[in-house]
Structures are given as structure tokens and as C-alpha cells.
Design a protein. Structure first.
Length: 417
């Protein structure tokens, strides 16, 4: 199991390209199940979660081949409708295949996706929404037996929470349902818009993605399309955290500035200067960050829960106290115990984490236990005194493409051991 050895107190400089968005690529790969012909997906990040989704597609009978950053997918020969537990468990996001398999084959059998490191990850909203479209779903012995014997039919769906995955599941399934579906209280994340853009290129009729109500007019079939995945706003926020915590100036190439609306003001409040051009973000950090009064994670367009951990790592050595409130996931503070081993002072009470800035952290061995927690530990290691050995790199590789090489290209002293 590889680990990362990071020598601290290295200033970063230069520019780095932002990879394609993991949370856009994953639902789009599932959505290709509904299409006929070859799809060309550009700017698709090389991630273990993407590989896991391609493995599911191949198991179902689809073809997925990668050349560089481009994924070629065709699902003409899809012949299965069940996904084995071994493949379901590789990534939480595999639940988004439910709507796609159901819409493509009229039935689906997959194991109940378990919880993960950041919480129990229930799927009640997915199931009640798909039942609203006419699916019959039975849950027994950890397996979901789903069928739509008379096809799926459009319905009015209202989500009790703007769940990203539930919105995607329903949107995909509704594209081939008979009649019109409306999703109220839909998630508004940029990845929802990217999925809608891709499906509309395939002939779907989806309106209002990115707003609270999405309307989908069902069509009889979808053709394939070429699509470029949007840049990953969480990876962009992570690079910004790495630059902020090391007093550096870097340029992010290819970031989508409009997706960072809740993130940029937080870095500015911490004392960073952020200058924007149409697809680049330049961040210039002060010698030492100021604390940020309050960071509440919220559904988009609020501050993204996925950026909470890396940003918390950056505030550990800020001057003053920063308060985080994690409103989205139940167990997303697991990086705190490891940051404390590096000298951070963070007190938690339920959803609230209070970070008391210290003059500096010191390197030691730490263990990542989830994807964004791994990014947080690397962020902290970059400014710590001495070397830090980070284990659990497999979590990092789920969502960050060659993160160690990207940081090394900015001047960090980081290597896989
Ligand atoms: C997506 O997860 C992302 N994953 C997550 O990114 C992201 O943190 C999350 O959206 C919120 O933005 C992908 O897109 C692959 P939700 P998802 O459904 O769809 C509860 C990362 O680090 N909920 O919006 O699972 C749920 O437990 C990952 O890249 C229900 O109660 O998120 C959570 O507390 C982590 N019932 C809240 O809603 C349901 O049926 C938000 O979940 C569904 C969700």
C-alpha cells in the first residue's frame, strides 16, 4: 500500500491544470447506458472511482476504452441488469446506475450500497423517487430487486432534501419514461447541469437543470454524443488550500470560476488575493492566513461539503479561530484526529468544529480514512515543520488524478514510498 512522504514548509509556485470533475464523470458514465452508438467523453479524469464505474458498465455488457483523457463508451450490447456486490461496493456513487439500468432494461438487481467513511449514505430518496416513476422495488437481504414491467412513466417528484445522487438517478431514469417528470427541490450542483447537458446532446429533453425545479419530457430513445466534462471545482478548491497554507502564489488553469462562487470569498476572507480571468484563477496567499469567522457547508450554491476538509487543514495555522458547521454528512470530521497529531487544535461538538489557529504544525505519520480527509492531511503536511508520512493514499486516488505529481510540479517535496 503506497504512502506519500511530504517535506513541509515548501513554497509552491507556477500553474496547474484542473482535472475533469469526478462527480460529473460518474453519473455521465452511468447515463451512457441509455444511448445507442459510441459516446466520446473528453476531459475524463483518471481515477479509481471512474475505473470502478467503467467496470460496472463492462460487466453489464457495455464497452469502455480510454485513450489519454478521453473515454470511448458504447452500450449497444448491454445484456445484463444486475450488478454484483463486489462491483457495487467499490464506490458509493454506483447507486446512480439504478435509474440507468432500470430505464435501459426494465429491471435492476443490485446490492444495497453500504455506508462509507463519511456516513451511512441512505438511499431512501432514490427509492421513493424511482417508485414515483412506477418502479417496483423490493429490498430484502441487502439486495434491491427492481422492475418496471410497464416501463417508467413521468411523475411529479419532490425531494425532501436536494440530494445530488437522487436528482441524478431520477433525471436519468425519467429521460426514457413516458410523459413528463418534474423534480422539485432538485440539487443545483454544476455536475447536475453537466449531466443534463450530456443527456440533452443525446436527444433528451431536460429543462431547468441548475434550478430548483427540473422538467424532463420523456423520449423513446437516446443516441450517443461527444461531451467534455466540466473542471473539478473541489480539486480546484484543494489546490487553492495548498497554496493558501504555504504562503504561495499559483495559477489554476481551466477552472470554472462560476462554480467557485462560495469558495473564493472564503479564501479572500483568510487574506488571500484571488484574481480571475475567464478560465484561470490566480491565488496569492499572505505569509500567514487570517481565520475565517464561520464556514457552513450547504447544498450548491453554498459552500461545498467536499471542500470542508482541505480548507480546515489550511485554517489550522491561521491567526485566530475558525468555526466549521458540517451540515451535509454525519461523519465528515475524521481528519481532525490526524490533524491533531500534527499539532492542530480542533474541538468538535456534533456538526460544529472549532479550529484554534496555532503558529505551526509538525510533521509525523498520519492515516487518511476518506477521500477529502486524505487531501486535508496533504494540505497540512505542506506547511508542517519536518516530514509527514501520509498513508491511505488509495482514498486520494479515488478523486485526485496524480495529485502528488501535480503538487511536485508546483515545487512541493512530495513522493510516493
Ligand atoms: C454527492 O454524493 C457527491 N458524490 C459527494 O461527493 C458530495 O459530497 C455530495 O453529493 C453532496 O454534494 C458524487 O457525486 C459521486 P447527496 P451524494 O445525495 O449524491 C443524505 C466526494 O467527496 N441522503 O446530496 O451521495 C445523505 O446521507 C463525494 O466527491 C439521504 O438521506 O450526496 C447526505 O447526508 C462525497 N437519502 C445528504 O443527503 C438519500 O436517498 C446529501 O447527500 C440520499 C441522500
Amino acid at each position: 500500500m503506497s504512502k506519500l512522504l511530504i517535506a513541509g514548509r515548501q513554497r509552491l509556485a507556477g500553474e496547474v491544470c484542473v482535472q475533469g470533475a469526478k462527480n460529473s464523470a460518474l453519473p455521465i458514465i452511468a447515463a451512457t447506458l441509455l444511448t445507442k452508438g459510441e459516446n466520446v467523453i473528453f476531459n475524463c479524469p483518471r481515477l479509481s472511482d471512474v475505473e470502478a464505474s467503467c467496470a460496472i458498465l463492462r460487466y453489464l455488457g457495455g464497452r469502455a476504452a480510454r485513450t489519454d483523457g478521453t473515454l470511448l463508451i458504447s452500450c449497444d450490447d448491454v445484456c445484463r441488469s444486475e450488478i454484483p456486490d463486489s462491483l457495487m461496493r467499490k464506490t458509493r456513487s454506483s447507486i446512480v446506475f439504478l435509474g440507468a439500468v432500470l430505464a435501459r432494461t426494465g429491471r435492476a438487481r443490485l446490492s444495497f450500497p453500504g455506508g462509507c467513511e463519511i456516513g451511512p449514505r441512505p438511499i431512501d430518496m432514490h427509492l421513493s423517487a424511482l417508485r414515483g416513476l412506477g418502479a417496483e422495488i423490493e429490498e430484502k437481504y441487502g439486495v434491491l430487486e427492481c422492475s418496471a414491467p410497464y416501463g417508467l412513466r413521468g411523475a411529479k417528484i419532490s425531494l425532501s432534501f436536494p440530494s445530488v445522487g437522487a436528482t441524478e438517478d431520477v433525471m436519468i431514469a425519467a429521460t426514457l419514461a413516458s410523459g413528463t417528470t418534474t423534480i422539485s427541490n432538485a440539487a443545483r450542483e454544476p455536475e447536475i447541469c453537466d449531466l443534463a447537458d450530456y443527456l440533452n446532446k443525446c436527444g433528451a429533453k431536460i429543462y431547468g437543470a441548475g434550478e430548483g425545479v427540473i422538467v424532463i419530457d420523456g423520449v423513446t430513445s437516446l443516441h450517443s454524443a461527444a461531451h467534455t466534462i466540466i473542471p473539478d471545482r473541489i480539486v480546484a478548491a484543494t489546490f487553492m488550500s495548498c497554496a493558501a497554507v504555504t504562503g504561495s502564489e499559483i495559477v489554476l488553469k481551466g477552472a470554472m470560476v462560476s462554480h467557485l462562487g462560495a469558495v473564493i470569498p472564503v479564501f479572500e476572507e483568510s487574506g488571500c488575493r484571488v484574481t480571475l480571468s475567464d478560465r484561470d484563477v490566480r491565488l496569492t496567499a499572505p505569509q500567514r492566513l487570517h481565520s475565517v469567522r464561520m464556514i457552513r457547508t450547504m447544498p450548491y450554491p453554498g459552500f461545498p461539503t467536499d471542500a470542508q476538509a482541505p480548507l480546515m487543514a489550511a485554517t489550522c495555522t491561521a491567526e485566530g479561530t475558525t468555526v466549521f458547521i458540517e451540515n451535509i454528512f454525519e461523519n465528515r470530521y475524521r481528519h481532525i484526529a490526524e490533524l491533531a497529531r500534527m499539532g492542530a487544535i480542533v474541538r468538535t461538538e456534533g456538526k460544529v468544529a472549532v479550529v484554534e489557529g496555532v503558529p505551526g504544525l509538525y510533521g509525523t505519520s498520519v492515516e487518511a480514512t476518506d477521500l477529502r480527509g486524505a487531501a486535508a492531511l496533504i494540505t497540512a503536511a505542506l506547511c508542517a515543520e519536518g516530514d509527514t508520512l501520509v498513508s491511505g493514499v488509495r482514498y486520494l486516488e479515488r478523486g485526485y488524478e496524480n495529485f502528488d505529481l501535480a503538487l511536485a510540479s508546483l515545487g512541493a517535496d512530495i513522493k510516493k514510498v
